[in-house]
Design a protein. Sequence first.
Length: 328
Amino acid sequence: MPLPDFEGQVHDGPQNGDLVTMTMTKPPCKECSVLYGLVTLTDADGKHTGIANGTYLHHTASLTFGPGREMDWTGGGFNCGPGETPLMANIGPGIASKKPKAPKAPGLVRSLLPSFGVKVFLLGLNDGGANWYTDRSGKFKSGYYIRKFDQMFTEFEAMNYQPVPKQVYITMEVEYIPNRPKDYQDVAFVMPNVQDCKQKVDFPVPGNVFSKESKGWIVPYDGTIVSMLGHLHDGGTDIEFKLNNKSVCNSTASYGTQPDFVMKGSSSNDTWQALSHMVDCNDAQAVKKGDNLTITANYDLNKHPMRMGNTGEQETVMGLAFLHIAHK
């Protein structure tokens, strides 16, 4: 369902440029457990729009905040230890015994963080990856619980590759159940990163074919990973997840699998097939306190050319993973 009362949801994109905006958004429900969420970029008719139309969704990130929420533990986001809190490193399991210092962040984010804990809720990416807060079968009882007094804000970035204005909408679809049944577990969001804590999340390519492994994330409690999803830029082939040095998931990339993800040029050599799908692993995976989880991002630019910026410059790449971990 489209998110109701999404203030500022219509954007006239700049000609051949980026559009970055942040807006308060109304949560899709209150006192509810969200089981699934999907974010898409659509046109005025509600149809998905992509690079075939010159538009590219870089990302959206919706976060909840409110009274009673603690700042999320800083160790899960960017391989950071306590006290090392760059922007958006506050996205771990949310069980901190004391609130860390608020990160430096622009505008609205900076004004909110000192007062409330913030928890990542819903992500949207060009590859259309879904947000699962339970396993795909629905047998594992977990969800993302939205509290009565929670509020939400959304940060959004899109690109326009054509020299004409574009009107685009952000559509958020969620499935949820009322309340939180007593046998349901809440989920935490964790984002391992192949970059170090004090490095930028994106980085220039070191070569046409390369792999980059993250430092280990030490699981802070017993729990269950209900979803694992990799995030790459064009040129990436897969992200491998290892738990205690054993492979538990391979999130592989597909390119140009739908017409919206293909921009045709003047010749076949000019055709751009964008990264259009990442495989997710959605079976419940038990973890124990002290387990070591790593990810490895693999790229092959000979198979899949990297995306160019909208002014023709070479883009940087990323190697991230998105985990939802259920815990009591």
